[in-house]
Write a protein of this length. Structure first.
Length: 158
């Protein structure tokens, strides 16, 4: 790997992890207070599990982004990166809607849109790198689970 690719890899991973942690700034204070008081389904994971799972997913997302970013510049490549940025913004927005605004129903609606955006990103990434696309599969699987969890929390607390 050349120097430019190394810088791109470090930048892509660092940006996804650091920006992903922004959601944690909204989330963390709400867990022991608001979130703890919600009725949750039996399959709700322990709170300590979320940080390591999301950190792992953000690292995989960063590597995936790098694999696309290092491709030759083209309209299709730029479109794929734009899909990635769009889904990432939606990812961050979910924390603000769910934890910041306490809007579990709207968070569910937003998460459905996020899921579709992740799917579009995977389909756009596979044109350039099968590995980049596969690196996003654990992410969409976790978001699928989180969507079911969000829906159950919304139902149990409506």
């Amino acid at each position: 790997m050349n120097r430019t690719d190394t810088i791109k890899l470090i930048t892509a991973v660092a940006l996804t992890v650091v920006l992903g942690a922004v959601g944690g700034l909204v989330t963390a204070p709400e867990i022991p207070v608001w979130y703890a008081g919600l009725n949750k389904p039996s399959f709700n994971p322990p709170s300590w599990l979320f940080a390591p799972v999301w950190t792992t997913l953000y690292v995989l997302m960063g590597i995936s982004l790098f694999l696309i970013w290092k491709q030759p510049v083209s309209k299709e490549r730029n479109k794929a990166i734009l899909f990635f940025i769009s889904q990432f913004i939606l990812n961050m927005a979910w924390s603000f809607i769910f934890f910041g605004m306490h809007e579990t129903g709207w968070a569910l609606v937003e998460m459905i849109i996020l899921w579709l955006a992740i799917l579009l990103t995977i389909f756009s990434f596979v044109k350039f790198s099968r590995i980049a696309a596969w690196l996003l599969v654990p992410y969409i699987v976790w978001v699928s689970f989180a969507m079911i969890l969000n829906g159950a929390i919304w139902r149990l607390n409506s």
